[in-house]
Design a protein around this ligand. Sequence first.
Ligand code: 8YV
Length: 321
Amino acid sequence: MKQILIAFEVPEECYAAYEEEFDFTVSLGAPMTTEELLEVVDQYDGIFVAGTRVNKEVLDKGSRLLVIGNNGVGYDNIDWKYATEKGVPVVNTPTQVTETTAEHAVALMMTTMRGIARYDDRVRRGEWGTPIFTDENMELHGRTLGILGFGRIGKMVCKKAQGLGMQVIYYDKFRASEAVEKEYNVTYMEFDEVLANSDCVTLHMPYVPENHHLFSMETFRKMKKDAYLINAARGPIVDEKALAEALETGVIRGAGLDVFEEEPKVYEALKHLDNVVMTPHVASAARRTRVLMAQEAIDGMVGVLRGEIPSNVINREVLEK
Ligand code: 8YV
């Protein structure tokens, strides 16, 4: 029987359908670290990770590896280029994260723009009054949302934001077809134009080295002074030090963050600002979604091990050879 290691705790319903065909080992407790993975990877034909870094060393040690699964749509934790060189297919969860992650991005938008966290804190401290004509928050309806990265999640955020009465503009390296732009009632603009015209900018692109610190002080200065930034994509897209400065000095008005440059570390200055709302990388964290994500990845891994080419293989060229 082929051996599959699930390097984080998952409920049995995620893999029960395949228990007669494959031998699953599930790691209990916190997700395995790269070092822990290194010690055992040579015993498995497939490994399924949730955010654990799978580097060259793991791939070299994993001499039996036929497939790697990642419990997320973003796979920057895996050295997939090296996996491709070694002929190891990598599968992810491209569809099941979409709606829940978009929902969280919108929740961050609402929380941040309407000042919910700050007001909640004030009420708890027994404070009440807020200026009648306040600039402490902003209504969403009638405002412009700029979406950077118009893939599945970006599109879902678009729909939800329109439901809240926002106009949507977007930029993506690969512009959508005219038909898609029409279907989503969305306007394409160049990157800088999106920055200049948005009341809120939300990030939905993958992390690739070209995107490292795409948001620097220079970028923040191109945004409106009263604009908000939402990041539920990947931390290193934003220079956290520059963001803290921009928030502190009024270069932009607020930010909502689910991801950070060096998780689980959070840049200290951010913790002391009341115009930033932060969550600990939980945009897809809701039980039903997480079960569906794990099933999507495991279905793909099993497909690979059965000799098929599942739709969620990110380096399908290794299977098409
Ligand atoms: C995490 C995510 O992968 O889908 C992604 O890209 O960032 C998340 O869903 C998940 O939290 C790790 O299991």
